[in-house]
Ligand binder design. Structure first.
Ligand SMILES: O=C(CO)[C@H](O)[C@H](O)COP(=O)(O)O
Length: 236
């Protein structure tokens, strides 16, 4: 693989799957790094007879599971997961994450909360000391469509910063619509906030907010693929 970023994603994903997946029910996150995790899972199923049921966090994850011929499950049938493996947009020194760059934060947080172990896989660009150092697109917040304006006004009034409604771009006129039929606000917070747990709670207390992309005290380990071909492991 010549692209260093893609190579780094693959290294992290393969190592996490090798170190953490045993027979059982697995949560599958979303994004481009997770593609490699599903690829490795499918290899292990073929080569080692690994027996896993995969619970997806998004339409994309469901498609990946099906395309690789893996067993598909859901939280109604399998509310307890041995591990969830997912990417991140940024991860700080405490493994507090920003997630939701792909708009799937709500299901991703649910799957993370149902797992004995929540493992992060990412390339070297995602590791930082403090949130906001690497990821400049803000904290994604899933909102009920009719409330997007009142939510962003309330966020700006209580927490400052600036929010933007995420737009679809050239493929469709209008805003991004999540797998749940909602909108996404990207909140660019001002400066450094220290107490992310409090911020996460404050955001979720605003009527109209479905969930936000701050994952606090959820991840137990992160694997970062590095540009030199190594994998940096971070544990809390
Ligand atoms: O939170 C997510 C999607 O909602 C992704 O995990 C996050 O955006 C990272 O994606 P990628 O692996 O493509 O860098």
């Amino acid at each position: 693989m010549t692209d260093p970023v893609e190579g780094a994603k693959k290294l992290a994903a393969y190592k996490a799957v090798d170190n953490h997946v045993v027979n059982g029910v697995i949560g599958i996150g979303s994004g481009s790094t997770v593609v490699y995790a599903v690829e490795r899972l499918a290899q292990r199923v073929r080569e080692e007879g690994l027996e896993v049921i995969c619970v997806p966090s998004s339409f994309q994850a469901k498609q990946l599971i099906i395309q690789h011929g893996l067993k598909l499950g859901d939280l109604e049938m399998h509310p307890e997961l041995i591990v969830t493996i997912d990417g991140a947009d940024e991860s700080d020194k405490d493994l507090t994450l920003i997630k939701g760059g792909g708009g799937c934060l709500t299901q991703e947080k649910i799957l993370a909360s149902c797992a004995e172990q929540f493992i992060v896989i990412a390339d070297y660009r995602k590791a930082s000391n403090n949130l906001g150092e690497q990821w400049s697109r803000g904290i994604p917040i899933e909102v009920i469509p009719s409330a997007y304006r009142v939510v962003y006004q309330k966020i700006e009034k209580t927490l400052g910063g600036k929010s933007e409604l995420r737009m679809s771009g050239s493929s469709k006129a209008g805003p991004v619509v999540t797998d749940n039929g909602n909108f996404i606000l990207d909140w660019k917070f001002d400066g450094l906030k220290n107490n992310w747990r409090e911020v996460e709670t404050q955001l979720n207390m605003i009527p109209g907010v479905v969930e936000n992309g701050l994952f606090v005290n959820m991840a137990c380990k992160a694997y970062f693929g590095m540009s030199d071909g190594s994998v940096m492991e971070q544990t809390v």
